[in-house]
Write a new protein. Structure first.
Lengths: 224, 261, 207
């Protein structure tokens, strides 16, 4: 089996397994919607206030939704022994981690990007802002999933590690959040955002190249 | 040269050498800190703009310098431990973390205390304070991860991966924070960006930085020795030192290949 | 000629030494049988052989190269049956087996007869979470038997097998050894290695 076929096989299997438990898939999405409704309720439904908050809230909620779904990324595989079988198999573990993270993003990140425009409307975001929101989320959420996978791999063997995972992973996610939210805000006021977009792209490339190696090393430690 | 390195990697040798070196770091550190503190608090002239409030830099700047340097030391020793499988390197990395966390907490508190007379408020989201807070939280995360493993070897390796990942991430976070703060209108706070600090304010500062570094070295050696003794508590050399029978015949002394007498 | 070599394996669990400077060589047609009471380190030793657990000292070589540097070749040649069975509960038994076969590059393999011999022919289309504990174990065993791997590492495979299953597994083990395979097995029950050379290791002797 070639590398690409192995990547696709692991991705497909993860999607197959996840779709059997679609309640788990729905959680991050529902969470995303619910968090975004908190702010108008807690603060004020004034369009001006919401327009100011919108980029930040929509980005923070996406980050929190991703964080919520990370705990389950490797846990079930470590618990039922599938991860061991993958670790001693003939394919590079880094590739397998990349495949699993990609499947995770398809299930948790992509739905957020699809939903974001609808929620942006509730925050009265102008069209340029909505476009920037989707674009930054498209570039940013894979990075968030990748960075989160390191934390998930490090804590895969630890019981009740939800809080620990968040503590480990949040500092790493801060740059993506800062640039993503700020870029959305800048676009909403009509400014050019190619700079931040390039940076988000750079973060993604850096994460794609380096994270699978780190999370493979981390999961081997967890399996020990 | 490699034999020296390998000898250093042997815990009983390191224990002895560190024990010998520690007072040579500690006493100069304390003396120089006393001198620097006196020079900074008493001798240096009051600042034109800030009055006496600026004197907190003699605590704040060394702490800030150390918190980053200690993380670097932690990351490098973690890498050595992971790549060359030296348990001693892991022990040193583990010893660095609480010291680094303490210095970053000190930098945070001293930064906040400086803020009150300077900006009238204890907290501003400026790049330095924000970066300090984030680094403090990173240290806390590292210590939490270590604490969540029962097996020391697993804790060592997992936190080594975390330290190395952090070493790549922290510069990115730092520069992102600087960029982020430059976007916002507001008083550009240039604490130490003053073009030239007069000499009689500067030399106590440099002295304090140097003295604090020596102090860190002394603390590191002390912690590392304690860490090693605890990890090796079943080994013959520890039991001999403490005056007890070894736990097992052929106890788990680490890979030195030599009989410890 | 494949060979699994262990050099000076040493591992401690807390204050207990599970094994100290353990060395052996396992070649084609040989079966490493590890015996010992519960908690003596049989599972740990097997995991070290697979490259899952890192020993404090020593290393394991496959065909002369350390396992960590030889993961692709070793991974293709290895099939492991461990305590955690490695089955996805939400997929059917057949889906699990087919994935394992495809992922590890096995073509062919007589699924039907192996499943029938392990009494799984009626339940292979059920999701694994609906299977009994014994059926789950037999499914994981089927994965090893269908794997066409040269080295079988089995952690107490005879537990929860009925007599027919036990006989079947022993026959398969011996056939595997006859065909030049290697076996490392931790066993409580007595098993007879007829068609291969048995290497015995007893753990937990001095505590």
């Amino acid at each position: 089996m070639s590398l690409f076929e192995a990547f696709r096989a692991i991705c497909t299997r993860d999607l197959q397994v996840a779709l059997r438990r679609w309640g788990d898939i729905a959680s991050p999405v529902v969470f995303y919607v619910m968090v975004t409704t908190l702010f108008p309720l807690a603060l004020s439904p004034e369009p001006d206030v919401l327009r100011n908050l919108g980029p930040a809230v929509l980005w923070i909620a996406a980050l929190l939704a991703t964080l919520l779904s990370l705990n389950a990324l490797f846990r079930s595989d470590v618990d039922d022994g599938s991860m061991e079988q993958l670790a001693i198999g003939p394919h590079p573990l880094a590739l397998i981690m990349l495949g699993k993270t990609f499947a995770h993003w398809l299930l948790s990140g992509l739905p957020l990007i699809v939903l974001a425009p609808l929620l942006a409307v509730t925050y009265h975001l102008p069209l340029e802002g909505v476009g920037a929101l989707c674009l930054t989320l498209l570039l940013g959420t894979p990075t968030l999933s990748l960075l989160g996978s390191i934390g998930a791999a490090l804590t895969a063997g630890v019981r009740q590690s939800g809080g620990l995972l968040a503590i480990l992973v949040l500092p790493m996610m801060l740059p993506v959040l800062m640039f993503g939210a700020r870029a959305t805000e800048l676009a909403a006021s009509g400014e050019d955002i190619t700079g931040p977009l390039y940076l988000l792209g750079a973060f993604l490339v850096l994460a794609l190249t380096m994270v699978p190696l780190a999370s493979a090393a981390a999961i081997r430690i967890s399996l020990d | 040269m490699w034999t020296w390195f390998h000898k250093l990697g042997s815990p009983p040798h390191f224990y002895r050498i560190a024990g010998f070196m520690q007072p040579w770091l500690l006493w100069p550190a304390l003396i120089l800190m006393a001198v620097g503190a006196y020079a900074g608090l008493v001798l240096a002239p009051a600042d034109y703009q800030q009055g006496d409030g600026f004197r907190i830099i003699y605590v704040h700047v060394p702490s800030a310098y150390l918190m980053s340097t200690i993380y670097g030391v932690m990351a490098v020793t973690s890498a050595i431990g992971l790549i060359w499988r030296m348990k001693l390197a892991h022990a040193v990395a583990a010893s660095c973390a609480p010291i680094g966390a303490s210095f970053s907490a000190l930098a945070l508190v001293s930064g906040m205390l400086w803020g009150k007379p300077m900006w009238g408020t204890y907290w501003v989201w400026d790049p330095r304070l924000t970066s300090t807070l984030i680094l403090f939280l990173v240290y806390v995360g590292y210590l939490s991860l270590r604490a969540s493993f029962e097996d020391v070897n697993k804790a060592d390796r997992a936190s080594a991966v975390l330290a190395m990942v952090g070493a790549v991430n922290l510069p990115i976070i730092h520069y992102s924070v600087i960029w982020w703060s430059s976007l916002h209108q507001g008083p550009s706070i240039k604490k130490l960006d003053t073009p030239s600090i007069p000499a009689d304010m500067l030399w106590p500062l440099l002295l304090m930085i140097f003295a604090s570094s020596l102090f860190f070295g002394a603390m590191l050696l002390t912690r590392a020795r304690a860490e090693i003794v605890e990890r090796e508590r079943n080994a013959r050399w520890v039991r001999d030192m403490v005056g007890q029978e070894p736990a097992h015949v052929g106890g788990p002394g680490l890979a030195t290949g030599t009989e410890e007498t | 000629m494949s060979v699994l070599t262990a050099h000076d394996l040493t591992l401690w669990r807390g204050p207990f030494c599970l094994f100290d400077a353990l060395s052996f060589e396992l070649g084609t047609g040989q079966a490493l049988v590890i015996r010992g009471p519960n908690g003596s380190g049989k599972t740990t030793l097997l995991r070290v052989l697979c490259g899952l657990t890192r020993p404090e000292e020593g290393r394991v070589d496959w065909d002369g190269l350390p396992v960590e540097q030889n993961r692709q070749a070793f991974g293709s040649a290895l099939a492991y049956f461990g305590h955690a069975l490695g089955l996805k509960a939400d997929l059917t038994a057949m889906q699990n087996l087919r994935f394992a076969a495809a992922f590890n590059g096995r073509r062919g393999g007589d699924f039907e007869s192996v499943l029938a011999a392990l009494s799984l022919q009626d339940c292979h289309d059920l999701e694994v979470r609906y299977l009994s504990a014994g059926q789950k174990r037999r499914t994981a065993l089927a994965r090893v038997l269908l794997s066409q791997a040269r080295l079988w590492v089995l952690d107490e495979p005879f537990t929860n097998l009925d007599d027919a299953g036990r006989v079947f597994l022993e026959t398969q083990l011996n056939a595997h050894l006859r065909d030049g395979g290697l076996v490392a097995v931790a066993a409580h029950h007595e098993l007879s290695i007829r068609d291969g050379q048995e290497i015995d290791i007893r753990l937990g002797a001095a505590h």
